[in-house]
Design a protein around this ligand. Structure first.
Ligand code: B16
Ligand code: MG
Length: 216
């Protein structure tokens, strides 16, 4: 094991809830509809545009390309508003020590997030300097659940997929890691049972446990 590929929202920071709450506000304002909880799983790890497509298709709403673009921009503005008070204290429990342990063992670290806001968030969390590679999701051909972003992360670290482990909180993300031929570790509920190993919370994920899963 030579590299760890981190997802951001839901693994490094608890931003998944802000994403869905921004979608909820937006859809309420424009269409006066309430989004059910089960739609959150479908938007986790999925790009802004793919999330909006999934939401509109669930609501059976058809809009023009211009309206689609305007909604995506407005959603991002709402999301960014919820990040204004974000600081280092918003790093999820156990993640800072996991990163420190990886660094002291000489492991390479990459960020494989679908979020175009990744660099802003890492900056707010004081983690901008930590990663050896940060994949730009707009440079990747297909988003999660396609394997592209994790393959790009391994490539940018100069590693083979088989030398890496990927950490994810989303169904789409675990599928992406598995399809890339990378050892997957899920952080979250039983919807992530397709991961090689799964932990309920970030607190439970230590380097020692990751090493054990990799050797299994
Ligand atoms: P943005 P991750 C993903 O981040 C989120 O899970 C997903 O809900 C969001 O739609 C996507 O980023 C795009 O984010 O609108 O900020 O570009 O989990 O892959 O780190
Ligand atoms: Mg995530």
């Amino acid at each position: 094991m030579k590299g760890i590929l981190f997802d951001l929202d839901g693994v490094i920071a608890d931003t998944a809830v802000y994403h869905f709450s921004a979608w909820r506000q937006l859809i309420k304002k424009h269409f006066n509809c309430d989004l059910p909880d089960e739609l959150e799983v479908k938007t986790k790890g999925v790009s802004r545009e793919d999330s909006l497509t999934a939401i509109l298709s669930y609501l059976k709403i058809d809009i023009s390309e211009e309206e689609f673009e305007a909604l995506a921009i407005e959603k991002n503005q709402l999301y960014l508003q919820s990040l204004t008070t974000m600081t280092e204290t918003d790093i999820l429990p156990g993640i800072k020590s996991l990163i420190d342990d990886c660094k002291s063992k000489g492991l390479k670290l990459a960020l494989a997030s679908a979020s175009k806001n990744g660099p802003i968030i890492l900056d707010k969390l004081g983690l901008a300097h930590v990663f050896d590679a940060i994949v730009d999701p707009s440079e990747v051909r297909k988003g999660k659940p396609a394997p592209d972003i994790f393959l790009a992360a391994a490539r940018q670290l100069d590693l083979l997929p088989s030398e890496c482990v990927g950490l994810e909180d989303s169904v789409a993300g675990i599928t992406a890691i598995n399809t890339a031929g990378i050892v997957s570790i899920g952080v979250g509920g039983p919807e992530l049972n397709h991961a090689k190993a799964r932990f309920e919370t970030t607190k439970d994920v230590t380097l020692e446990k990751i090493e054990k899963v990799f050797k299994r």
